[in-house]
Ligand binder design. Structure first.
Ligand code: C2E
Ligand code: MG
Ligand code: MG
Ligand code: MG
Length: 274
C-alpha cells in the first residue's frame, strides 16, 4: 500500500517505481486532467509530511507538506505525475488552495506552537493574482501565526514573469510569512538576484546533497550556498539527506537545518514528529 506512482524515468531512492497502468502519452494526460476535476471534491487528495531538523542536535523545527493524489483506480500518485498537468490546466490554483487550508488545519491541531509549516507554491499559483488573499484567509481561518508559515517557491517561478513574482513575494512578506527558495542551485538565478528578493531561507537542492560525500563539485556548490546565504543572513536547509556521513559533513560545513529520508519517509504528522 506504500507504492507510489512516479512519472516515467523520474523518482529514485527508496521509492518503488511502477509503470504498469500508466501510459505515458497524451491520452493518459487527458484522462488525468479530467479525473483531477473531481479529485478535490471527492477527497482524493492527501498530505504527507516530512520533518525539518537542526543539523546540530536533530531537533524538529518544522514540517513540510507534500501532496499525494489517491486515484481510485491508479493508486497513489506522486506530484511529478500530476502537478505538471495541473499547472497546464490551471487546476493547480484550486489544488494549492486545498493544500494551504488542509496543512494549516493540521498544524493548528498540534500542541507544539513553535513548529513551522512549509507549503510548496507552484509558479502558476504565485502569479495567479489570488495567492495573497488565499494565504491571508487560510491563516485567519486556522488561527495560525503567519510567522509559522513557510512558503517554498522555486527559481523557475521567476523565469516567466519575474516582476509579478517579486511583487507577490513582497505582499506575502508584508503578511508576515517566511519565504524559502526551494531546489536552490538547479536554476539560473544568481545569488546576486536572490539578494533583491524578500527570501529568508535557501533550500539546497538534493542533487547536490546526494553527491556530497564523494564529489568535489557538489561540496563546492553546498559550501558556496552556505557562505553566501549566511553572508546575507539567510537560513540554509539541505534537502534529501539520506545517511549519517552526509549529515555529519553538513554539520561540519555549518549547515543550519536538513530534511531527508534519514529520518524515515514522509508520513502522517504524529508519525514524523516522533
Ligand atoms: P520539494 O518541495 O523539493 O520536496 C522534496 C521532495 O524530495 C519530495 O518529493 C520528498 O519526498 C523528496 N525527498 C525528501 N527527502 C528525500 C531524500 O532523502 N531522498 C530522496 N530521494 N527524496 C527525498 P515529492 O513528495 O514527490 O514531491 C516532489 C515535488 O513536488 C516537491 O519537491 C515540490 O516541488 C512538489 N510538490 C509537492 N507537494 C506540493 C504541493 O502541495 N504544491 C506544489 N505546488 N508542489 C508540491
Ligand atoms: Mg519543498
Ligand atoms: Mg526541493
Ligand atoms: Mg523539487
Amino acid at each position: 500500500d506504500t507504492a507510489m506512482y512516479h512519472a516515467k524515468g523520474r523518482g529514485r531512492g527508496r521509492y518503488e517505481l511502477f509503470d504498469a497502468g500508466l501510459r505515458d502519452d497524451e491520452e493518459e494526460r487527458l484522462e488525468l486532467a479530467t479525473a483531477m476535476r473531481r479529485a478535490v471534491g471527492d477527497g482524493e487528495l492527501e498530505l504527507v509530511y516530512q520533518s525539518r531538523r537542526t543539523c546540530g542536535d536533530r531537533r524538529v523545527t518544522g514540517v513540510e507538506a507534500l501532496l499525494r493524489w489517491r486515484h481510485p483506480e491508479l493508486g497513489v500518485l506522486a506530484p511529478d505525475v500530476f502537478l505538471p498537468i495541473a499547472e497546464r490546466t490551471g487546476r493547480i490554483v484550486e489544488l494549492g488552495d486545498w493544500v494551504l487550508r488542509q496543512a494549516l488545519a493540521d498544524l493548528a491541531d498540534l500542541p507544539d506552537e513553535r513548529l513551522t509549516l512549509a507549503v510548496n507554491i507552484s509558479a502558476r499559483q504565485l502569479v495567479s493574482g489570488r495567492l495573497t488573499r488565499t494565504v491571508t484567509r487560510a491563516l485567519s481561518e486556522s488561527g495560525v501565526d503567519p510567522a509559522r508559515l513557510v512558503l517554498e517557491v522555486t527559481e523557475t517561478a521567476f523565469s516567466d514573469d519575474p516582476a509579478t513574482a517579486h511583487r507577490v513575494l513582497d505582499e506575502l512578506k508584508a503578511v508576515g510569512v517566511v519565504i524559502a527558495l526551494d531546489d536552490f542551485g538547479t536554476g539560473w538565478s544568481s545569488l546576486q538576484y536572490v539578494r533583491g528578493l524578500p527570501v529568508d531561507v535557501l533550500k539546497v537542492d538534493r542533487t547536490f546533497v546526494a553527491d556530497l560525500p564523494g564529489e568535489l563539485t557538489a561540496s563546492a556548490v553546498v559550501a558556496s550556498v552556505l557562505g553566501l546565504g549566511h553572508g546575507m543572513g539567510l537560513t540554509v536547509v539541505a534537502e534529501g539527506v539520506e545517511d549519517e556521513p552526509t549529515l555529519g559533513l553538513l554539520r561540519e560545513m555549518g549547515c543550519d537545518e536538513y530534511q531527508g529520508f534519514i529520518d524515515g519517509e514522509p508520513g502522517s504528522l504524529p508519525d514524523v514528529l516522533n
